[in-house]
Design a binder for this molecule. Sequence first.
Ligand code: ADP
Ligand code: GLC
Length: 466
Amino acid sequence: MRVLFVTPECAPLTKTGGLGDVAAALPAALRAQGNDVRVLLPRYREIDPAGAEERAQLRLLGMDVRVLEKGDCLLVDAPALYDRDGNPYQDAAGVDWPDNALRFGLLSRVAALLAGSASPLAWRPEVLHCNDWPTALAPVYLHFEPARSGTVMTVHNLAFQGIFDAALLERLELPRATFAIEGVEFYGRLSFLKGGLVYADAISTVSPTYAREILTEELGCGLDGVLRERRGVLRGILNGVDGEIWNPMTDPHIAERYSWTSLERKAANKLALQSRLNLAPEPQAPLLGMVGRFTHQKGVDLLAGAVDELVQLGAQVCVLGHGEHEHEAALSAAAARHPGRVACAIGFNEELAHLIEAGADMFLMPSRFEPCGLNQMYSQRYGTPPVARATGGLIDTIMDGETGFLFAPAESAALVAAVTRALAIYGDARRWRELQRRGMTRDFSWAGPARQYAGLYAAHARAPVP
Ligand code: ADP
Ligand code: GLC
């Protein structure tokens, strides 16, 4: 199967969250199963064009664009839009780029071109796989092509929709007819994601539970009606773990490597983490870790509200992340209140994220909603049982009391209660080890999910007329 996988981020080239990991690991797993998958993304400043070959020169949406090929990637090169400091979505100060509609409209437009009959490339995909709102206009553009590949739209997070002023319709060269209830119109504005959900042949999201949750008003982010209408083509396929990158036996970022048969070596990572973050070097104190975007979604405020009690319980807490200012401030204040017991590292740091997975005793994910979540799977592999809210993919990947701990109310007290439950088992070394080993020996590989995607592709493949 020839698949064009279009994404706004792909690790290690550029990553802000889980989609970056998925965009690297899923195409690789599909290739290992014999599929021909190319990843299309913008040529951001951090992506070195050295070694890339030009495949096409185009004029699209009034812009000069080149398509470059580098390894398995196709890069959309439009320096005026993508050659900047900052991340794919925001400037260095964390403010959304003002021209995001054009930046990701162009990404979608190029994807549609390469998946349609007018493609300048000899390589023609049978399926275009779109990921999240920055790619979601591609099925809209393709809908109007005389011949095209099949389209799959994956929702990694329904809360981000790409909603812009309707006046941009013309700038994005979208047919007037698309500005309708059965199209990109969303309360008088232009919604990228809605367009993808309406026009794609198939829709998937990243866990079976989230696939059900987004049909409800509570978690449907205003699109539950659209999704209910399309529920016949909606699937939930769980993410996997890239076992080459997230593996405590081979991880180059951690202080000491270990496996489920040498768990005693995990202690060296805890000590390294404590010393790195200026926490008291106490081997017995349960160390709770968290890594993630500091947003309402991740329940960072639930943790901030629980920290004092967690310290009371004898725990140490360390968090790594960045994002909304109020969350950064609340966690930094907690660290200041509890020197040596609570540490807060602000920023994005791949290596420290690995050390936290390895060095912490438990991993916290108090998410309000979580489409899939990757860290709880990583943490199980690292023998660091997750304590998480029972929502979305966290429900599908954590066995409560067996490989981790789940709690229901989105409240600090419920988080504290779950940690208390975990601590009771932590105090019993034999039981804790069993819990760790059960998590470490689970199969979270991408092989199974990749086969499910391949099945989805097969059901919707189409060959564009050459
Ligand atoms: P989401 O995609 O919603 O952010 P996931 O759990 O799916 O959540 O994936 C998050 C990924 O991003 C994980 O690989 C996690 O380690 C990584 N990550 C998030 N924040 C940071 C950070 N501040 N530093 C390093 N890695 C981070
Ligand atoms: C999103 C979700 C996260 C998911 C990731 C990769 O960012 O918030 O739950 O794991 O995408 O699919």
